[in-house]
Design a protein around this ligand. Structure first.
Ligand code: SAH
Length: 222
C-alpha cells in the first residue's frame, strides 16, 4: 500500500528533526507512523520527506516538519486534551495532533484544502478530527474551551477570541509579526485564569492568517 512507501526517506527525516534538538521519542515516532506524502499533491511526493515547506495549491504551503515537531514539543498535546487547530492546510499536522490528543477541531478557510485533508484523514482511518471551513481567527466557540490551540498562519497580533477560548492550564502557540517575518508566541492560561505571553522562537515565516483577527482580506481575493 502507498502508505508504506518512502520508508527510508522517512527515517532520514526523523534524523533531521532529531538533529534540531527534538529528542522526544513519542514526537519522533509520529513522523514514522504518519505518511506525510499522502497529505500532499502527487507532484511533490518526491520531496515529501525533506525538511521543507511544500506547496499544496491555492497559494498555501504545508509547514516544515521540524517546525511542526517543535510545535508539538512546546504544546505537549495529551490524550485527554481538546485541541483547536487553525489552518488545516494539507491535514498532515492535523493527523499528528490527532495521534497525540483526545479530539482535534481544525478550521481552514479554503474549502478545497479542507476536503482534501478530510479524504487523507479518512484513508488513514483517523476518526477523532472535526473539520470546519471558515475563519479560524475567531476560533470555534461551539467546542471551546481548548487545552491546546495551534495556529499555522501568521497573525499581526494575538487574537483575543483565541485567548478567550483557552482552557485553564491551556497553551496557545502562534506566529506573530509582519507578513514577512514572525516570532512564535506561546500564550498560557494558568489554573487561576491568569494569562501569560512568552516568546518560543525568534524567527519564522508562515503564510498569512486572513480574517477578522488576522490580516484583512483584499476585496476580490478568493
Ligand atoms: N499545518 C498546515 C499548514 C498550512 S498553511 C500544513 O502543514 O499543511 C496555513 C493554512 O492556514 C493555509 O491552508 C491557509 O489557507 C489557512 N488559513 C489562513 N487564514 C486562515 C483563517 N483565518 N482561518 C482558517 N484557516 C486559515
Amino acid at each position: 500500500m502507498s502508505a508504506y512507501r518512502f520508508v527510508g526517506a522517512r527515517r532520514r527525516l526523523i534524523e533531521t528533526i532529531r538533529a534540531q534538538g527534538i529528542e522526544d521519542l513519542e514526537i519522533l515516532r509520529l513522523f514514522d507512523d504518519i505518511p506525510r506524502h499522502l497529505f500532499l499533491p502527487e507532484g511533490v511526493w518526491n520531496r515529501a520527506y525533506q525538511d521543507h515547506p511544500l506547496p499544496i495549491g491555492y497559494g498555501q504551503t504545508a509547514s516544515q516538519p521540524s517546525l511542526q515537531a517543535l510545535f508539538l514539543q512546546v504544546l505537549r498535546p495529551g490524550p485527554d486534551d481538546q485541541v483547536l487547530e487553525i489552518g488545516t492546510g494539507s491535514g498532515f499536522y492535523t493527523a499528528l495532533l490527532a495521534a497525540s490528543a483526545g479530539r482535534v477541531y481544525s478550521v481552514e478557510r479554503i474549502r478545497e484544502l479542507s476536503i482534501r485533508a478530510r479524504r487523507a484523514l479518512d484513508d488513514l482511518e483517523i476518526r477523532n478530527v472535526a473539520l470546519l471551513v471558515g475563519d479560524g481567527s475567531i476560533g470555534w466557540r461551539k467546542y471551546a474551551p481548548f487545552h491546546v490551540i495551534s495556529v499555522a498562519a501568521a497573525s499581526p497580533g494575538v487574537p483575543s477570541a483565541l485567548v478567550d477560548q483557552l482552557a485553564a492550564g491551556g497553551r496557545l502557540l502562534l506566529p506573530v509579526g509582519t507578513l514577512e517575518e514572525q516570532e512564535l508566541v506561546l500564550v498560557t492560561r494558568n489554573q487561576t485564569g491568569e494569562v501569560r505571553e512568552e516568546r518560543a522562537l525568534d524567527r519564522c515565516t508562515f503564510v498569512p492568517l486572513l480574517g477578522q483577527y488576522g490580516w484583512k482580506e483584499e476585496p476580490g481575493e478568493e
